[in-house]
Design a protein. Structure first.
Length: 507
């Protein structure tokens, strides 16, 4: 069991929370069980490990953002029963560290979806069947559907994203003989982003951005935002689909260290659908998983609700939609190119503005409305200002160097598990980045584009050689260009083209 790193077991926090014991510890926080002296009920205290020494001004700035996140979570949980409810936000008193923010949450008895799948596998039981998965995960699907089209105070709509859906964050709560799947850690990653940003995570001169997510469940746009665009509801579609695949197959869809997981995630030849693991589903359900797990976000369902409609139709299960006044269209507007806007460092997200299409504000960390454009096509270039800004509990820290032809990623230490403790990563050199990029499966068009300059030089040189041979055969004289023989130009052109080809293939 994890240790009491903050030394608060037995203490009274915020005048009402009597801390009883440590429940779990992660890379960014420690969860305690406490007793609410006023409500006479158990609560969970999630205490954050804040990196660096904050000045008083930085502490106030962080607490304000943390409280805003708690407000967003409370609004969500009020209208969406599947979201765990917050009870209080504050800082620990008399803790071993001088500044430890915490959030008090409703206590849940039960187990995570991850634990359920692992327990059944260890007991030799078969994985869950499609109807049971559809019934169990249906309320969460409708909760995400609502969060992606959440009513705003001004009468508009907000898109509230999770960005780190995984079986560990789906909790099967048991109360009064009933089981209900609930969503944990909505937005906690953005809190970590706030902490690292306030202390000055990377100098702007380096042009780098830090990010984190759980490798086994990261969507392509989280791995390579410059290629696949910004995150959005389609990112939650990916994570939710992988959770369902794990429940249906009893296996983690992607395993290995960071580069191996990224290579498998971007492999167009094999998608991690249930059929890939030997689980036969109705054709309609299998097709829905293939679409939900498309590499290009444009090819995916743009909303979890659309994806789950197909799953339920395939197995004859129906989950009632939430009774929240939310207008859901059949699909988002057609994708269009978006223009970048770099926010100040005090903002937590860089945004991409979409001109002329429906605009859904993205609400993360309670900072208000940020423009959220539909995903761009994978073939469209994504400006360097595209955000890769998801930092989450127990996630993976990665560094993305803005300067190469692709995001350059490498792991500094081997992963201990697909979703395990934080993986330390660092910026890498050109040779190492090339090695990692080979794990990607390039398209035919991208390969031809790289080889085109060398092939063009070789073709020109070969044409000159052919012209010289024909001219010599017909006239008995070599073909010349002024005082120089054309063949003298053809040889260097062919040689230069070969060099270009070699460099293109090796790069």
């Amino acid at each position: 069991m994890a240790g009491d790193v903050f030394g608060i077991v037995g203490s009274l926090q915020a005048a009402v929370f009597r801390v009883e014991r440590v429940v779990a510890e992660g890379g960014f926080g420690v969860v305690y069980r406490a007793h609410h002296e006023g409500f006479k009920a158990a609560v969970a205290l999630k205490c954050l490990k804040i990196p660096g020494a904050f000045t008083p001004e930085q502490r106030r700035a962080f607490l304000q953002k943390f409280q805003e996140e708690g407000e967003v979570l409370f609004r969500l949980s009020t209208l969406i029963p599947s979201v765990v409810r917050p009870l209080h936000v504050g800082t620990l008193e008399n803790a071993s560290d001088p500044f430890v923010p915490f959030i008090a949450l409703e206590w849940l008895d039960g187990e995570s979806l991850e634990s359920l799948v692992a327990r059944r596998r260890a007991a030799g039981k078969p994985a869950l069947d499609l109807p049971r998965v559809a019934r169990m995960m249906g309320p969460v699907a409708r909760a995400l559907e609502c969060a992606h089209r959440f009513p705003a105070p001004n009468g508009g709509r907000l898109s509230i994203l999770h960005r780190d859906l995984k079986p560990e964050n789906l909790f099967l709560a048991k109360a009064h003989g009933q089981e209900t799947l609930k969503i944990l850690d909505f937005g906690i990653g953005k809190v970590r982003s706030a902490a690292t940003q306030i202390v000055g995570r990377v100098s702007a001169e380096q042009g780098a951005q830090l990010a984190a997510f759980t490798p086994a469940y990261g969507a392509p746009e989280q791995w390579l935002p410059k290629r696949y665009g910004q995150t959005g509801p389609w990112t939650d579609v990916w994570g939710f689909a992988l959770c369902a695949v794990e429940a249906l197959t009893g296996r983690v869809p992607f395993e290995g260290d960071a580069p191996a997981v990224m290579g498998a995630c971007l492999d167009e030849r094999e998608r991690p659908t249930p059929l890939a693991f030997g689980v036969k589903l109705p054709d309609r359900a299998e097709a829905a998983f293939r679409k939900a797990l498309a590499i290009d976000p444009v090819q995916r369902f743009h909303d979890v609700g659309q994806f789950w409609d197909e799953i339920e139709a395939a197995c004859g299960v129906t989950t009632p939609r939430l009774g929240v006044e939310v207008s859901l269209s059949d699909s988002l507007p057609p994708p269009r190119d978006a223009s970048p806007r770099e926010d100040a460092l005090t903002e937590l997200d860089a945004t991409l503005r979409n001109a002329g299409s429906e605009r859904l504000p993205e609400l993360t960390l309670g900072l208000g409305a940020l423009s959220l454009a539909p995903p761009r096509a994978a073939r469209s270039p994504v400006p360097a200002a595209s955000p890769l800004d998801d930092l989450e509990d127990d996630g993976m820290r990665i560094s993305v160097m803005r300067g190469g032809s692709l995001d350059q990623l490498a792991h500094a230490a081997p992963a201990r598990s697909p979703r395990g403790p934080t993986l330390g990563l660092a910026a890498v050199g050109r040779d190492e980045a090339r090695r990692i990029r080979r794990s990607e499966t390039p398209s035919v068009s991208s390969v031809f584009s790289r080889l085109k300059p060398g092939l063009w030089l070789i073709a020109v040189g070969a044409a000159i050689m052919l012209a010289d041979a024909s001219h010599t055969a017909l006239t008995g004289q070599p073909f010349t260009l002024g005082p120089a023989r054309a063949l003298w130009l053809a040889g260097p052109l062919v040689g230069l083209g070969v060099v270009k080809l070699v460099l293109s293939l090796s790069g």
